[in-house]
Design a protein around this ligand. Structure first.
Ligand code: ADP
Ligand code: MG
Length: 624
C-alpha cells in the first residue's frame, strides 16, 4: 500500500548513540581485530536467547504470532554484494524494545567494560573478556547493520533499526510478516570472508555447535549444528572430547576444563546435569558467561540463564547445565528459587561436585594443586561463612607449612605427621610465606621440629573464624600457644644473670615508654632477639588482621615486648654504657624490627637514618 509506505518514511526517526556506546564501538573496531569471528557467535547466541524466551512464553501463552513457525535460525550470504543475513523466529522486539536494547548499552557487562577502559593502564583485550560486549561486536565487521524485528505479540508492528556504527542510528516502521528478528549486515571490504557459506559453517562448528535450535545455512535442508542436549544423553554415549567441546562452546573458554561430571539420576529427584570446573578462575577472553550461575532447563526448555540457587557460594565457579523434569514448566524465573525442589537439586549437585573434588585430590595430586591455586580462595571463604557446613570443606583445604614450605599439605597430612604428644594444630599468620618463616614466634617450633601451618593470604584470617578445630585438634596460633618449659639442651646459650636482665628490662621500659604495655623475658626465643605478643584479653592476632583487611577504624592494640635472655646481642647491649646514645638506638631498632616482622610497622623506611647511625657506630668500634 502506497499510503502505508508514505507514513513509514515520515515516521523514520533518528537517534544519537549515547557517548558510552560510541566509545565502546570505537574500542571494538580498533582493538579486537584478530578475534572478529566471535561477532557471529554473539548474534547466534542472541537468536538462541530470543528463541528460548519464545519457547518459554509459549508454555503459558498460546496467543503468539505464528505459533506454528519452526523455532530455528536461518543464515544467508550474498558473496557479490558482501551481505550476511541472520534470521530467527524468536521472541522479536517492539519499537520500544529495539530502542531500549540496541540503542543503549543496557548490558551491565558492557558498562563495566567501559569503566575499566577509562583506566588507561588496563589491558583492554584482557578486560573485555570478563564482561562481553554482545551485539555491538557486529561493528567489527559491518559497514552498516539493519535489524528488522517483529514481536511475538500478535498486534505489534514490525520495526527496523539501522546504524553504521558512527553517530546515529535510525528507527523506522518496517514490512515483515513473520515473527522474529532479522539482522542484515553489509560487510566491510576487509571482512568479505564472512560472506562465504563454508567459512560461516566452520565458525558455527567452532563456537555454536550446541545451540539448541537448528541453524540452516543457505538453501540446505539439514541444520549445520548438532543441537544435541548432551546432558540428556547417557554417560556411555558421550566421549571425553564431546564433554570438552561442549564446555568450550558453553563458556567460550579456550582452555580445557579441569574437571567435568555428568549426573543422570531419577532419585531423589529426576535430573540431568553436566558440570565443569574451569581451568582458570578468571573468566577468559570473550567468555560467554557473564555471571556466575548454572543454566537451568526444565525438559530442555531454558528457564534461567544464570541460576545461582543450585550451588553454595563457595562453589560458584562451577559452570554447566542442569535440567530436571520435576521442575514445573510454568514456574516463573523468580519462583524457581523458592520451591523445595531447588533445595533437593542443590543437595545432589553440591554432593557430587564435592565428591569429584575429593577424588581429584586423592587421585591426581598435581591437578588438584592447580585447582587449589585457582579456587582455594573460594573454599576458604566457604569455611569462613558456613560454620556449620564448612566441615565438609576441610578435607579439601591445602596448606604450606614451615617443614614443607614448597608443597601443599592437607590437614590430614598434618595430623598424620604430628608428634606423639602433640594435641594442637599450630599455625602462624603473616603477610607472605617468606617473611613469616623469619618470625620469632616460630623460633621455638623450628627448634623443636614442630610443624606449623603458614597462613599468609588475607582470606586465611577469615577462614580461621570458621576453622577452629579439625577432628579432635584445636587450631592454635603460635604467637599465643602455651608451650612446655623449654627443655635443657647442651647447646643452649647461657642466660644472663637475673639482676642484669632486670636492668636491661628497665632500660627498655625507659626507652620505649608508652609504645609497649610491658617488657619481659621469653623462654621460647632462640634465634630472635625479641618478639611482640598480645596482652591478655586483647583480640587474637587473626581477628586483628580481619579488622585490618576490613578497613575498620581499628588500632592495633599495644603489645608486650618479650626479650631473649640468652641472646648475645642483649648481653653485649648490657655491656654498653647505659647512658650512651648507641644503647638507645639499638633498643629502638630491636623494637621496630619486631614491628616489621609482625607486619605492623607503619613506615619501614623511617628506620633508615637510625640503621645508618648504628652502622657508623659499628664501623667506629671496629677501627678502635
Ligand atoms: P545480551 O545478549 O547480553 O543481553 P546483546 O548486546 O547481545 O546483550 O543484546 C542486547 C539486547 O538486544 C538483548 O538483551 C536482547 O534484548 C536484544 N536482542 C538482540 N538480539 C536479539 C534477537 N535476535 N531477538 C530478540 N532480541 C534481541
Ligand atoms: Mg547477547
Amino acid at each position: 500500500m502506497a499510503d502505508a509506505d508514505q507514513t513509514a518514511r515520515t515516521e523514520s526517526q533518528s537517534f544519537h548513540f549515547k557517548a558510552e556506546t560510541k566509545q565502546l564501538l570505537n574500542i571494538l573496531i580498533h582493538s579486537l581485530y584478530k578475534d572478529r569471528e566471535v561477532f557471529l557467535r554473539e548474534l547466534l547466541s542472541n537468536a538462541s536467547d530470543a528463541l528460548n524466551r519464545l519457547r518459554f512464553e509459549m508454555v503459558t501463552n498460546q496467543d503468539v504470532l505464528d505459533p506454528a513457525a519452526e523455532l530455528a535460525i536461518h543464515i544467508r550470504v550474498d558473496k557479490d554484494a558482501r551481505m550476511l543475513m541472520i534470521q530467527d523466529t524468536g521472541i522479536g522486539m517492539t519499537k520500544e524494545e529495539v530502542i531500549e536494547n540496541l540503542g543503549t548499552i543496557a548490558q551491565s557487562g558492557a558498562r563495566k567494560f567501559l569503566e575499566a577502559a577509562k583506566d588507561k593502564s588496563a589491558d583492554l583485550t584482557q578486560v573485555i573478556g570478563q564482561f562481553g560486549v554482545g551485539f555491538y561486536s557486529v561493528f567489527m565487521v559491518a559497514e552498516w547493520v539493519r535489524v528488522t524485528s517483529r514481536s511475538y505479540k500478535p498486534r505489534a508492528k514490525a520495526v527496523s533499526w539501522y546504524a553504521t556504527g558512527e553517530e546515529d542510528y535510525e528507527v523506522s516502521p518496517a514490512e515483515m510478516n513473520e515473527r522474529g528478528t532479522k539482522v542484515e549486515i553489509q560487510l566491510k571490504e576487509d571482512a568479505a570472508e564472512f560472506a562465504d557459506e563454508y567459512r560461516i559453517k566452520n565458525i558455527i562448528h567452532k563456537h555454536s555447535e550446541y545451540i539448541g535450535f537448528p541453524i540452516y545455512v543457505g538453501e540446505e535442508k539439514q541444520p549445520v549444528n548438532k543441537q544435541t542436549s548432551i546432558w540428556r544423553m547417557s554417560k556411555q554415549s558421550v566421549t571425553a572430547e564431546q564433554y570438552k567441546d561442549f564446555y568450550k562452546q558453553l563458556t567460550l573458554d579456550f582452555e580445557d576444563p579441569l574437571l567435568n561430571t555428568h549426573i543422570v539420576t531419577d532419585a531423589p529427584v529426576q535430573m540431568y546435569a553436566l558440570l565443569y570446573v574451569p581451568g582458570k578462575s578468571d573468566r577468559g577472553l570473550f567468555s560467554l558467561r557473564r555471571e556466575d550461575g548454572l543454566k537451568l532447563y526444565s525438559r530442555n526448555i531454558l528457564i534461567d540463564e544464570y541460576n545461582k540457587g543450585l550451588l553454595p557460594e563457595h562453589l560458584r565457579f562451577v559452570q554447566g547445565v542442569v535440567d530436571s523434569e520435576d521442575l514445573p514448566l510454568n514456574v516463573s524465573r523468580e519462583t524457581v528459587q523458592a520451591t523445595g525442589l531447588m533445595a533437593r537439586l542443590k543437595k545432589v549437585i553440591t554432593g557430587q561436585v564435592m565428591k569429584e573434588l575429593e577424588n581429584l585430590a586423592k587421585n591426581d595430586t598435581e591437578k588438584y594443586q592447580t585447582f587449589w591455586q585457582e579456587f582455594g580462595g573460594y573454599l576458604k571463604q566457604g569455611v569462613a561463612t558456613n560454620p556449620t557446613e564448612g566441615e565438609s570443606i576441610y578435607p579439601l583445604l591445602r596448606f604450606k607449612t614451615n617443614l614443607h614450605p614448597e608443597t601443599w599439605s592437607s590437614l590430614e597430612d598434618y595430623v598424620s605427621r604430628m608428634k606423639p604428644d602433640q594435641k594442637e594444630i599450630y599455625f602462624i599468620v603473616g603477610d607472605d610465606p617468606r617473611s613469616v618463616l623469619r618470625s620469632p614466634h616460630l623460633d621455638y617450633f623450628q627448634k623443636q621440629g614442630t610443624e606449623v601451618l603458614l597462613l599468609t593470604e588475607p582470606m586465611d584470617s577469615f577462614m580461621l573464624m570458621g576453622l577452629r578445630k579439625y577432628k579432635d585438634h584445636e587450631l592454635k596460633n603460635v604467637a599465643q600457644a602455651e608451650i612446655s618449659e623449654q627443655t635443657e639442651d647442651a647447646e643452649k646459650q647461657e642466660q644472663m644473670a637475673e639482676a642484669d636482665f632486670s636492668t636491661l628490662i628497665e632500660r627498655f621500659k625507659q626507652v620505649l615508654g608508652e609504645r609497649v604495655t610491658d617488657v619481659r623475658a621469653s623462654n621460647r626465643l632462640s634465634q630472635s632477639v625479641a618478639r611482640l605478643v598480645d596482652a591478655d584479653g586483647s583480640l587474637n592476632p587473626e581477628l586483628q588482621r580481619v579488622y585490618k583487611y576490613l578497613g575498620k577504624d581499628y588500632e592495633i592494640p599495644k603489645k608486650i615486648i618479650e626479650l631473649n635472655p640468652s641472646h648475645s646481642i642483649l648481653k653485649k647491649l648490657l655491656a654498653t654504657d647505659p647512658n650512651s646514645e648507641l644503647q638507645t638506638l639499638v633498643i629502638e631498632q630491636i623494637y621496630e624490627s619486631a614491628l616489621l616482622v609482625e607486619g605492623l610497622h607503619p613506615d619501614p623506611s623511617s628506620m633508615t637514618p637510625r640503621v645508618q647511625q648504628i652502622i657508623e657506630a659499628a664501623l667506629n668500634s671496629g677501627k678502635a
